[in-house]
Design a protein around this ligand. Structure first.
Ligand code: SAH
Ligand code: SF4
Ligand code: F3S
Length: 487
């Protein structure tokens, strides 16, 4: 079950709020005021129904989206909802993704199912937020054809959930509130955590890179870094609550801190995080190759805590396509960087993202991508078929015929899978430390642990090991995971 972050604080904060006074203008006080009002509303409804009210938050996107969901669920539980995994709940919130069209289609399909559930429970409240709702065309469609939705909000104002929900519960109409952008970062609201032993930590929001295929900068806004003190304090608090591993989150962590009043590099931030006593592992996501510094390689190399894993999105191996994508590195620069990282940190695991079928991609361009795959030999690679996103520059470029894209995609997938199965045998027989994440879903006499290099290992053990870091011998490679035994 989820863990509440600032539980004791919450009661103390709410205690001081007088809901007979006017609504505070400043944040986060304003949201606490609404949380207190909601508590009364929800407790009255729950008394009338003779049961608790339930809330379900579904995440459709990336780690940053998942982190937002933890914040959203924190607000809901603070307001008096009981968390449930089931969508047959009193409040259902879809936190959406729009990076590729299939993410959107999944949401539309599932909304139809929610509508059916709402017919069974007249009081059900349905809300949708996240990257999809930052697109005006999506909001128009939802308002027109999905009238059963109660609340629509965006990525910039997730902290306002209590206020928007209160508005919906006290007036009988759809609440739509999406901001175009923001320079405000509202933190210090209640949050829950999915795992007691590991947590994502936002170090920055938004993206300034405008890769020509990508919609993220449009729906997440401009790059904003959090101040190092705030990040360090949050991690210290998490460690105090039992967290052993943090994942520092940002669309491009390598450009962290450039816009702060007192600029700090990502490598410097990592050094500060390393000092935190009790913290055992540090991960981060995502590194843009164009900004990956020698300083970062050096810090990783000398670190005892930074995990031996680097996700280094390639996108394409063709310098011509990389230029059209506005990635600001070419094939040679990428290969040189991968080589340097591997020679400095030989036990590192490299993973990547690759897009097939970007507009104008020819067979030759595709073979350049295959060539990089052969040369780098990734531990694993996420492969995507290019998806046209409205409003991005690439949407207006000449698209590649579908059959060609499918054929290339299958060839690429086949190759990356074979290579990754070969690469993932290299540590067989070695003893490595694993953070136990849970009981194996297929065999309850086994547990599943994550190695520093992000590969999973299954070995005999029970639930008492969850959250522990233990030494495991990797007995047998199974393609993309190991079977091991505790030593
Ligand atoms: N900020 C991260 C990526 C976030 S999106 C980075 O720059 O690495 C995650 C991945 O989705 C991207 O790396 C890219 O491979 C893929 N992606 C983004 N837009 C896409 C599109 N329009 N079609 C297909 N894949 C896309
Ligand atoms: Fe998208 Fe590029 Fe920003 Fe990553 S760096 S989020 S791919 S625009
Ligand atoms: Fe998707 Fe938004 Fe993340 S578009 S990938 S949820 S930033």
């Amino acid at each position: 079950m989820a863990i509440m972050n600032i539980d004791e604080n919450l009661e103390a904060i709410l205690e001081k709020i007088d809901t007979n006074e006017t609504v505070p203008e400043s944040e986060p006080e304003r949201q606490y005021y609404y949380i207190k009002l909601l508590r009364k509303l929800i407790s009255d409804r729950s008394t009338a129904l003779g049961r608790p009210l339930t809330a379900c938050v579904q995440t459709f996107g990336c780690q940053m989206n998942a982190k937002d969901s933890e914040k959203l669920l924190g607000i809901l539980t603070a307001a008096g909802f009981e968390e449930t995994e089931s969508e047959a709940a009193d409040f259902v919130l879809y936190n959406t993704c729009t990076v590729r069209d299939n993410a959107n289609q999944r949401v539309y399909g599932r909304l139809g199912y929610l509508n059916a559930l709402k017919k069974e429970n007249r009081n059900m409240i349905i809300a949708i937020c996240g990257c999809m709702t930052q697109e005006p065309s999506v909001v128009e469609k939802l308002k027109k054809s999905y009238r059963f939705i109660d609340i629509i909000f965006g990525t910039h104002n997730i902290f306002q959930l209590a206020e928007l929900l209160y508005e919906r519960m006290t007036a009988d109409e759809m609440v739509v509130n999406v901001w175009d952008g923001t320079d405000k970062i509202v933190e210090e609201l209640p949050a829950v955590r999915k795992y007691p032993f590991k947590s994502g930590v936002n170090i920055m929001y938004g993206c300034n890179n405008f890769c020509t295929y990508c919609i993220v900068p449009y729906v997440r806004g401009r790059e904003r870094s959090r101040r190092p003190e705030e990040i360090i304090n949050e991690i210290k608090r998490l460690v105090g609550e039992g967290v052993k591993e943090v994942m520092l989150l940002g669309q491009n962590v390598n450009s962290y801190g450039k816009t702060l009043d007192e600029p700090v590099s990502f490598a410097q931030l990592l050094k500060m995080v390393e000092q935190i006593e009790g913290l055992e592992r540090i991960r981060f996501m995502t590194s843009h190759p164009k900004d990956l510094s020698d300083e970062l390689i050096e810090v990783m190399k000398n670190s005892k805590k930074i995990c031996r894993h680097l996700h280094l999105p390639l996108q394409s191996g063709s310098s011509r396509i990389l230029k059209a994508m506005n990635r600001r590195y070419d094939k040679e620069k990428y290969l040189a960087l991968a080589r340097k990282i591997k020679s400095e940190i030989p036990d590192i695991s490299l993973t990547t993202d690759i897009i097939v079928g970007f507009p104008g991609e020819t067979e030759e361009d595709f073979l350049e991508t295959m060539d990089v795959v052969e040369k780098v030999r990734y531990d694993s690679a996420f492969t995507f078929i290019y998806s046209k996103r409205t409003g991005t520059p690439a949407a207006a470029m000449e698209q590649v015929p579908e059959e060609d894209v499918k054929d290339r995609f299958n060839r690429l997938l086949d190759r990356v899978q074979k290579i990754s199965a070969e690469v993932c045998t290299k540590d067989t027989g070695k003893v490595m430390s694993a953070l136990v994440e849970g009981v194996d879903s297929h065999d309850s006499s086994m547990v599943t642990g994550r190695l520093s290099n992000n590969i999973m290992v299954h070995f005999k053990g029970d639930a008492s090991l969850i959250g522990e870091i233990v030494d495991v011998r990797l007995d047998e490679a199974k393609g993309f995971y190991y079977i091991g035994s505790r030593v």
